[in-house]
Design a protein around this ligand. Structure first.
Ligand SMILES: [Fe+2]
Ligand SMILES: [Fe+2]
Length: 207
């Protein structure tokens, strides 16, 4: 799908990507798997963006930065999120601790990178939960996070990977979003109620 006729990044974009990757290596120095995952999401998001006609530069930097706050343990992130006024589920933020890092990063990254476009921050904010009104960039990051190669070969993921370029972007996102819900249920984890609302809203729209 991509490759031929691909528009390369400008030198300035290449420099920015290299700088962000170097910053991330420091930020996630104690989490080598998370670092490898994040760099891989950057590449996968760029690839998906080129396949689906989304801005590949914005996808790449969103991918690199999406798990920036994974440097902070989930237990501490609950307090940080509370201080930032993030309200996902009443007072019970501890229940949704693994979902908070995207919301926190969207609020903390601008202090370090004031130039980050709003749409990149929004994609980062939405990468854990999704939303009923996902933009193409939001969908690209969400999907790339799930299917990037370091996740390994898993039947559900391989099935998603096979659909890249074969189905429309919103179709692929809807598939990955539903698979994520199935995974949460199958493993007996807490299912964030807001996820059900998103599911019902998108399902109704698509019906
Ligand atoms: Fe994440
Ligand atoms: Fe991630």
């Amino acid at each position: 799908m991509s490759g031929e006729g691909e528009v390369p990044f400008t030198h300035e974009q290449e420099r920015t990507i290299a700088a962000l990757e170097a910053d991330l290596a420091q930020q996630l120095a104690r989490k080598p798997h998370r670092l490898a995952h994040s760099l891989s999401v950057g590449h996968e998001a760029e690839r998906l963006a080129r396949v689906y006609g989304v801005d590949p530069y914005l996808a790449r930097i969103a991918g690199i930065l999406h798990d920036w706050e994974k440097a902070v343990p989930d237990s501490e992130l609950v307090d940080v999120a509370r201080d930032l006024g993030i309200d996902l589920e009443g007072d019970d933020l501890a229940q949704v601790a693994p979902l908070l890092h995207g919301y926190v990063a969207a609020r903390t990254l601008p202090a370090r990178y004031p130039w980050l476009p709003r749409e990149v921050l929004r994609a980062i904010e939405r990468h854990t939960i999704g939303a009923a009104d996902m933009s193409p960039l939001d969908m690209v990051l969400f999907i790339a996070d799930g299917i990037e190669p370091t996740r390994g070969s898993v039947p559900a993921l391989d099935a998603q990977r096979a659909l890249v370029g074969e189905v429309a972007l919103d179709e692929l996102w809807w598939r990955t979003f539903r698979d994520t819900i199935v995974y949460v249920v199958e493993t007996g984890r807490h299912l964030y109620p807001g996820t059900i609302e998103i599911y019902n809203e998108v399902a109704a729209r698509r019906a």
